[in-house]
Design a protein around this ligand. Sequence first.
Ligand SMILES: *Cc1c(COP(=O)(O)O)cnc(C)c1O
Length: 367
Amino acid sequence: MIKFLDLQAINSQYQQELKDACSRVIDSGWYIMGGELEAFETEFAEYCGVKHAIGVANGLDALILVIRAWKELGKLKSGDEVIVPANTYIASVLAITENNLIPVFVEPNPTTYNLCPENVRAAITDKTKAILPVHLYGLISPMQELMDLAKEHDLLVLEDCAQAHGANIEGKKAGNWGDAAGFSFYPGKNLGALGDAGAITTNDNELAQTVKALRNYGSHKKYENLYQGINSRLDEIQAAMLRVKLGYLDQETARRREIANIYCNGITNPLIQLPKWDNDENHVFHLFVIQTTQRDKLQKHFENNGVQTVIHYPIAPHKQEAYKDFNNLKLEVTETIHNQVLSLPISPTMSNDDVDKVVTITNRYLK
Ligand SMILES: *Cc1c(COP(=O)(O)O)cnc(C)c1O
């Protein structure tokens, strides 16, 4: 059986270092908001090339807290519209509606799966106040074009970087393009903790101070509260785990790209559309997503041949029960994507033998 994602294999590579880091925290006697978090925030900010990284409890909270902070700072208000790709994971949308703002679902580019500037431009109204590009599957969005458009219309940009740690355009990384970004360190993400964790990145000092207060009860100073905040902190154990794993992120990304390269060169089945990838650095292959009109049959074929595959994602946010008000929206590009995509295994620990097997099994699939 070729597993879709082998977290045990990934983390056991660093077992000793992770255990040592864990012991260090246990022995320190300090478990929340201490030296490990501070060090991780500094190291992750440096990795992304930004002024500030602020650790929070998870990726959803990272996105929620940026929007919340912009509301506190008077830059956004309830009822404002936020443009978001319609084919994203639901968390991107939850961050908008949790803050009582309105998601405006925009069709993505059907070959990159990311926002395209033309569709964004067409969706801008007087109420539009922000764009939330999602670097889906690990491919960074066309950020220069989106930032130009945002500047032209005076819009805020919040990047959803949950799948794109380290992806970059000419060296400028995901998380350093927008006014702010949200990262997830959910265990299965490219930079994964051993539990829940997330971070906000920004170059804006005022925003950084505000989210730092909001994640800790709205308190900037012990027992004094500026805002009605929440508890969304990244604990010392997870920060310590992340410091270990950040050291191996680029190496793991290189391996992901190596596997993607073997897939792209080896898979020749005409029934299958491969991901678009024309620059080494802009994709970090959180997922290797293929598209076919025979998705469900192909998935069965993989299962029969001992290959685990996953669908990201079977139901679009606007088709979910949770978003009943949007169920009648007709978004053909998005709905086709959700009906046709399938993700192949791309664990950085996969052997070349297993990668070759997946290629052979993929090419053997007939109508
Ligand atoms: C994983 C993910 C999130 C949410 O991250 P959590 O840490 O699970 O809360 C948000 N957006 C996207 C695109 C994701 O893939």
